[in-house]
Design a protein around this ligand. Structure first.
Ligand code: GLN
Length: 539
């Protein structure tokens, strides 16, 4: 018998209300009361995973230890809970259909007509309950992407409606996140859109147990009473979610509103213990009371959309708090950077981060930024493509290999210092075929990065097809760039450094995917620390 409790989070009225943050905040409060909690995201699009999506579509693609390319909300779940997620935590319509169609091809449906109900809905239910199997979690929170009423989310809504009955009383809970708009002309908060979205949910057979109301202004007692009455929820289950200065305030705001209390009550779970948020609040206090500030330039080609580099921005918040400094990140479009304007664009910054990415667009701008950081002793962190650009810049400008490049950008380059990995050469499909997920790296102890990590054997997450070309290793090393981290089994270059520079590190992996509130990533902590030490603000 499945003793796990399930919480379903739906959204109404508008997208982008922050279901992921509400789910992560509730999970944090439950975890802080001693429950084992995980969060799952169901995405209604037909892509099998977001790995093939342009960041402009849905923001960053987040990568888990097991190499799943997932929705960026999983990043929030990990950053809040400090607990890894996996492929099972992100399910898309594409994946559901792919699996059902494969079963059909194998004849597993024994000649039956395969239909949305029951076959698609059964597959959805299995994916939800899979996380509750083997008693690993007391509570599974499942966030249903999209907005109630969307055609594409209907099978998910139907699946969780069925699950509610199958799980029995007190084993599931429905939280509906909605928007209470403020009409400036009338000077009033309006409940009607929420009434309608709760009604839409009821048309699908689901009664919301809890309403979480996004609002710019405090909800009055009268308004809460009205919402309770018209939406069929208890008044104490009308939860205000007022705009917060930082997402990391939301768990405390939800605690103040009693969201965890009401969830435990409705799930019939013991709630004698109070949430232990000591460590969380220490982080918040360091974040909010910085002793100084640094300004870091983030050089990328998707900078118009903040969500494209979500994990990097959050890692800076964690690292800033660890150093007790505020980190202001200035986004710089790599396409607008040239050798001529680079000094005026980045010369005043305390540190430069060259972002991950794919394809040719903007890479010469990235190389100009690397060159500037290298020659002006500005702390530099290159991530994935950023590391590859650092190698290319060094090859061209220090080793003297004119026209050095990555074969991703120039197949005919005379010096392919970055080249397609051997294992990638036969791969044609784009989805899920990169070198993904957690791989080992041995760090040279006597190096900058060696002094930053607490151990020499590390595991970091990856998402790439190209690598440092070993044929150029001796030339590049002879010219002064050091390789201070390699994969212990294959020798693949994971970390490069420039020893006679105050802080110059390029990493083939993505440290940003592993930074959490409880465990800020050491590389970001070291980078921000050095940027602050050398910054003008500190003098
Ligand atoms: N495009 C590069 C590669 O595939 C870098 C990838 C990245 O930055 N995530 O190797």
């Amino acid at each position: 018998m499945d003793s796990t409790k399930y919480i379903f989070v739906t959204g109404g009225v508008s997208s982008s209300l922050g279901k992921g943050i509400i789910a992560a905040s509730l999970a944090k409060l439950l975890q802080a009361r001693g429950f084992a909690v995980t969060i799952q995201k169901l995405d209604p699009y037909i892509n099998v995973d977001p790995g093939t999506l342009n960041p402009y579509e849905h923001g960053e693609c987040y990568v888990t230890d097991d190499g799943a390319e997932t929705d960026l909300d999983l990043g929030h779940y990990e950053r809040f809970l400090n607990h890894p997620t996996s492929q099972a935590n992100n399910v898309t319509t594409g994946r559901i259909y792919q699996s059902v169609i494969e079963k059909e091809r194998r004849g597993e449906f024994l000649g039956k007509t395969v239909q949305v109900i029951p076959h698609i809905t059964n597959e959805i239910k299995e994916r939800i309950q899979h996380l509750g199997q083997d008693g690993r979690y007391d509570i599974v929170i499942t966030e249903i992407g999209g907005t109630v009423g969307d055609i594409e989310s209907l099978p998910y809504i139907e699946a969780v409606r069925q699950l509610k009955w199958e799980l029995g009383r007190h084993n599931s809970l429905f939280i509906h996140l909605t928007l209470i708009p403020y009409l400036a002309a009338a000077g009033e908060l309006k409940t009607k859109p929420t009434q309608h979205s709760v009604k839409t949910l009821m048309e699908s057979g689901i009664q919301a147990d809890v309403l979480v109301c996004r609002t710019e202004h405090e909800l009055s007692d009268d308004l809460r009473t009205k919402l309770a009455l018209f939406c069929n929820v208890e008044k104490e289950a009308v939860i205000q979610s007022i705009d917060a200065k930082t997402i990391y305030d939301v768990p405390n705001l939800m605690l103040g509103e009693g969201l965890d209390e009401i969830a435990l009550k409705k799930l019939d779970l013991k709630k004698d213990q109070k949430p232990d948020l000591v460590q969380w609040n220490e982080f918040l206090s360091r974040h909010k009371n910085p002793k100084g500030s640094v300004t870091i330039g983030l050089i990328g080609k998707y900078v118009e959309l903040q969500d494209s580099y979500k994990s990097i921005l959050e890692s800076f918040i964690h690292a800033g708090a660890a150093n007790e400094v505020s980190v202001s990140v200035i986004s710089i479009h790599s396409e607008h950077l040239t050798a001529e304007n680079v000094a005026s664009e980045v010369g005043h910054l305390d540190g430069l981060l060259v972002a991950p990415g794919f394809g040719e667009r903007g890479i010469e701008g990235k190389i100009s930024a690397v060159a500037y950081a290298r020659t002006h002793n500005i702390p530099f962190l290159g991530i994935c493509l950023g590391m590859q650009m650092a190698v290319i810049e060094y090859a061209r400008n220090v080793v003297g290999l004119d026209g050095a490049n990555s074969t991703e950008m120039d197949v005919d380059t005379p010096h392919p210092v970055i080249d397609l990995m051997e294992a990638q050469k036969t791969i044609k499909d784009k989805g899920g075929t990169m070198r993904l997920g957690s791989w080992a790296c041995s760090v040279v102890p006597d190096s900058n990065v060696g002094s930053i990590y607490p151990t020499t054997q590390i595991q970091e997450r990856h998402r790439h097809r190209y690598e440092f070309n070993d044929d150029y290793r001796s030339k590049i090393e002879a010219a002064g760039m050091r390789i201070t981290g390699v994969n212990p089994d294959t020798g693949l270059v994971e970390i490069v450094e420039i020893p006679n520079h105050p802080w110059f590190v390029g990493v083939q992996y993505h440290p940003e995917y592993k930074s959490t509130v409880a465990n800020p990533h050491p590389l970001f902590v070291g980078f921000v620390g050095k940027a602050f030490e050398l910054s003008k603000n500190n003098k």
